[in-house]
Design a protein around this ligand. Structure first.
Ligand code: ATP
Ligand code: MG
Length: 368
């Protein structure tokens, strides 16, 4: 899939702008605060009806404007689509695809998928397990509706169990309901673990390859799925996983009552990330962290391709800084056969690509 053209009116610092794009690499360059990320944000919005960084739609409308218009010409599933989005300070937003009303973000995702890399994604490697769980959950929720349902149910059960444990001092009879919640948490938890184990298995293969090539065949990236200790085979039958979860729960029952916290279950899962055998969180250099985070995103793109039959559009915001020449060249040349957008402040980056150059200056664009 690809975005062929974009019209922005009153979008952030863009007054009125029409743009066309290459089906390979598009390098968006310009000084700080000119509108490069705003442009990528518009493309993400076209794919899901949400901005990855704004809290609400109003932030997206130009300061001096009442409305914003975003129109994308998209080619996907062998067809042309026009996605039209209108945001207003006074009215509800309206979204159409080929003139037909789009009810929600999911209707936009039917047409366009994007994988967005932002500088904050370095936390994927540096921060605690929660970031990596969020990454895996977001990707799986997009791809597998059943996973999204299971995750939502797990969240509800977890909240409920936490409340029971918390209030059990005051209302000891609450504990009578705990076995039911525990049983259901094991069943739903087993579904999550099954999906996650398969996802990380596929992710590991693609990410390893991307990192290996990007680093000039010098670094081995290894990912492994970490879940509840008693689960010996997370790829095995769900019933076995549920039994293993129940065993772990039983072992921690007393501790849960004492701490009044939910201590057992896949809400503590993680993906262990190592580069050349060393734990990435603690031992990777800046460039290695960036390469590893990027490899996870590139791997996610491959998994999307397998699931939906087409490559999603890749958006890389400010990914080039901190990468040495060889790694930048890999990025700008090896992934250009699928549509990619890369922002940069460094004008040298274009010498390395055959793609299109887009120069952004105070919310106006010059195409190279
Ligand atoms: P950097 O290289 O520093 O990341 P950038 O080119 O990616 O810069 P953007 O994040 O796209 O810059 O933002 C460009 C400018 O857009 C900012 O200076 C900001 O003040 C302005 N801006 C943000 N929201 C709005 C809005 N709703 N209306 C008008 N301008 C806005
Ligand atoms: Mg930016």
């Amino acid at each position: 899939m690809r975005v062929d053209a974009l019209t922005l009116e009153g979008w952030r610092n863009y007054q009125r702008q029409q743009l066309t794009f290459d089906d390979g690499c598009n390098v968006i360059y310009g000084e700080n605060a000119q509108g490069k990320t705003n442009l990528l944000e518009a493309i993400v919005y076209l794919s899901c009806g949400k901005s990855p960084r704004a809290h609400g739609d109003r932030e997206l409308i130009g300061f001096d404007r009442q409305d914003a218009l975003l129109v994308g010409q998209i080619f996907s599933r062998q067809r042309e689509f026009v996605t039209d989005i209108r945001l207003s300070r006074s009215k509800r937003r309206s979204m159409t695809v080929n003139g037909v009303k789009a009810k929600n973000g999911a209707a936009l995702s039917d047409v366009l998928h994007t994988v967005f890399f932002a500088p904050e994604d370095l936390f994927l490697i540096r921060a605690g397990a929660a970031e990596r769980r969020r990454f895996m959950d977001m990707s799986l929720c997009q791809l597998r509706p059943r996973y999204a349902e299971a995750l939502a149910e797990y969240g509800r059960l977890y909240e409920h169990k936490t409340r029971i444990l918390r209030d059990s001092d005051e209302y000891p009879q609450l504990l009578d309901t705990l076995p039911d919640f525990d049983r259901r948490l094991c069943q739903v938890g087993a579904v999550l673990i099954s999906y996650r184990a398969r996802y990380v298995q596929a992710l590991a293969v693609h990410a390893q390859r991307a990192h290996w090539e990007c680093s000039g065949e010098r670094e081995e990236l290894a990912l492994s799925y970490q879940t509840v200790k008693t689960v010996e085979d997370p790829l095995g039958p769900a019933a076995d996983i549920a039994a293993a979860l129940a065993e772990h729960q039983a072992q921690h029952h007393q501790a849960e009552l004492a701490s009044r916290l939910c201590l057992s279950g896949p809400h503590k899962d993680d993906i262990a990330v190592a580069v050349n055998g060393l734990e990435a969180r603690h031992f990777c250099s800046q460039g290695q962290v960036r390469t590893a985070a990027l490899s996870l995103k590139l791997a996610d793109r491959e998994i999307h391709k397998t699931a939906i039959g087409e490559y999603p559009v890749m958006l890389l915001d400010d990914v080039l800084s901190e990468l040495d020449d060889a790694r930048q060249t890999y990025l700008l040349t090896r992934i250009e056969d699928k549509q990619t957008f890369v922002t940069t402040c460094d004008s040298a980056a274009f010498a390395r690509t055959n793609g299109k150059l887009v120069f952004v200056d105070h919310g106006t664009v010059r195409e190279g």
